[in-house]
Design a protein around this ligand. Sequence first.
Ligand code: ADP
Ligand code: MG
Length: 321
Amino acid sequence: MSEFELIRKYFSHTVEERTDVVLGVGDDCALLQPPQGCQLAVSIDTLVEGVHFFPDIDPFLLGHKALAVNLSDLAAMGARPAWVTLALALPDSDPRWLQGFSQGFAALAHIHNVQLVGGDTTRGPLTITAQVHGFIEPEKALRRDAASVDDLVYVTGTLGDAGLALRMIQGSVSADDYLPSLRDRLERPQPRIAEGLAVKGLARGGIDISDGLISDLGHICRASDLGAKLFLDQVPLSEGVGRYINQGGDWGVPLASGDDYELCLTVPAENKDEFEARMQDTGIPFTLVGTMEQELGIRCQLPGGGLLDPLPGGYEHFSHE
Ligand code: ADP
Ligand code: MG
């Protein structure tokens, strides 16, 4: 199959046909019409075989995840997704792989009304780069530098599920009956788009938790020149991670492992009721886990009192050099 056949077969017939796409896949550039008065929110993420996913991953799940991790960044700004471009380096043109990958990608794109408008296809070690584009009204973005002292810190969903699944798969924690549900959270993250949109204008600071709560809340703290206090008995845990922690497991799992793709939001106390009402409407669980403080750094209060010390660190690609 030639490069052009491959693109035509798997990446030209997208389900979405947005009216703001003047010209989609097929020419030198896509032509796109952003809505009047909106800013463009743009984000790019790369997934590399052996670094971000196992070589034997189901290609459908990989297609899903390649888009999900990007959409999660739009969610974290409170942006509405619109378009995506996709750059693929492929070792070969395996039709089974391409079919699965393109279907997983398209299925999630359909859910969020995102249109694939272009990309690039080359031969090379399996590497997937997607860039998403979304819209946001000026001054409405949930920025990392926007938190204020005494803001309430909320997270969506439960934390550490993907991290515990990874440890079970890799064998450092023995696998148990929770593995299938935890594994689903690792392989099929759901970008919190509706939640980001719902609380835009009510929350101030925002980030998606891709490298663990400590690390990602740490980004908000540094950008906002503040610190934070977290109450570990409030941190939302699934049954699987809850049991793991109750049996003396490592707090690094819910606090410092990657791939949660939940949102961490800071909310001024005066917006608490309205924020909680809007979050309630989304149907996704959300939890108040702490507050922003003047004192720099993050302090984690253990369920029995006392502080967790040292804090577990998040995943960092170049930390072992
Ligand atoms: P050029 O040589 O001008 O860069 P290409 O031959 O790389 O163009 O791509 C031809 C068309 O196919 C372009 O519109 C490009 O955006 C699109 N395309 C290439 N690869 C992909 C892909 N993986 N997904 C979606 N569109 C793609
Ligand atoms: Mg060209």
